[in-house]
Design a protein around this ligand. Structure first.
Ligand code: FES
Ligand code: FES
Length: 157
């Protein structure tokens, strides 16, 4: 059966089993490999995308569950002002080490700042705690998010 999913603003027909994880559909059916496979069981956050604006683990969401919905992936991250600001901060702060977890980190951070543009340190930690980084870049991830939040706040004064 074909499922119709709007991905990064473009409606795509995906002819695959409904129980297929969204992560598989993105990577294997559409060739969108920016979203990463880490654990496959919803525990690491590497596969985070946005479904209807909510940070979602694409390994734990079926294709059938996103039929007719809006999905955003890391490929379109730079098309939003918050995503662009985070990408820039990531580069300026040299956040990445191996980089494997970073698509998921950025998608989760974007969802956080989209809903809470001025999070406290505790709110950043709480929102990001499920995104695992084997290279332990946690401090730099935190400070890049905090800096974007601060800059946004300054821009809105
Ligand atoms: S691959 Fe989805 S949470 Fe780990
Ligand atoms: S940068 Fe290597 S796993 Fe996070």
């Amino acid at each position: 059966m074909a499922y119709s999913v709007t991905i990064n603003g473009e409606t795509r027909e995906i002819d695959a089993p409904g129980e297929m994880p969204l992560l598989w559909a993105l990577r294997n059916e559409l060739g969108m490999v920016g979203t990463k496979f880490g654990c496959g069981i919803g525990m690491c956050g590497a596969c985070t995308v946005h479904v209807e604006g909510q940070a979602t683990r694409s390994c734990s969401m079926t294709l059938a569950a996103v039929d007719g919905k809006q999905v955003s992936t890391v490929e379109a991250l730079g098309e939003t002002p918050v995503g662009q600001a985070l990408q820039q901060a990531w580069l300026e702060d040299d956040v990445m080490q191996c980089g494997y977890c970073q698509a998921g980190q950025l998608m989760n951070a974007t969802a956080l700042l989209n809903t809470n543009p001025n999070p406290s340190d505790e709110e950043i930690d709480a929102a990001m705690q499920g995104n695992i980084c084997r290279c332990a870049c946690y401090k730099r991830i935190h400070s890049a998010i905090a800096r974007v939040a601060r800059d946004e706040e300054t821009a809105n004064v």
